[in-house]
Design a protein. Structure first.
Length: 120
C-alpha cells in the first residue's frame, strides 16, 4: 500500500503470512483504520474484483468515501500467483510496481511472459 507521502507502508510482521484476517470485511476494517487521514475527503477507493470489492466497500463505509471498481488482471510472480507486481487494464494498459521488481530479479522475458498470461 502506498501512503500519501508516496512511501510504501510496510508491516514486516505481516510479510509472507497468509490468512491474516478473519475475512474480507475485517481486512477492510484494518485498512480503513490505517487510512483514517483520508476519511471524509475526495479520495476514491478503487476495488479490484475477485476479492477486493468487499474490502473496498467496508473501507468506503468506515471512511465515508466513494468506491469504484477497477477491472484489471493481476500480473503475478511465476512462483506465487497470490503475489502481484503489476496489473493489466481492460484497455491493455500495463502498470508495474518498479520498486518491487527491482528487488525480485525477474528477467525481462519472465516479466513479459507473465504480463501476457491471463490471471487464473
Amino acid at each position: 500500500m502506498t501512503h500519501s507521502s508516496g512511501k510504501i507502508i510496510d508491516l514486516p510482521k505481516l510479510r509472507n503470512k497468509k490468512r491474516i484476517f478473519t475475512d474480507r470485511l475485517e481486512a477492510g476494517q484494518v485498512l480503513a483504520n490505517m487510512l483514517k487521514v483520508y476519511g471524509n475527503t475526495s479520495a476514491l477507493i478503487l476495488a479490484i474484483p475477485a476479492g477486493g470489492v468487499p474490502v473496498a466497500l467496508r473501507m468506503g463505509e468506515m471512511l465515508n468515501l466513494a468506491v469504484s471498481v477497477s477491472v484489471v488482471s493481476k500480473i503475478t510472480l511465476p512462483w506465487d500467483t497470490e503475489v502481484g507486481y503489476g496489473a493489466v487494464a481492460f484497455d491493455g494498459t500495463v502498470r508495474l510496481n518498479d520498486s518491487l521488481l527491482s528487488r525480485l530479479r525477474l528477467t525481462r522475458e519472465q516479466i513479459d511472459e507473465e504480463g501476457d498470461r491471463p490471471e487464473s
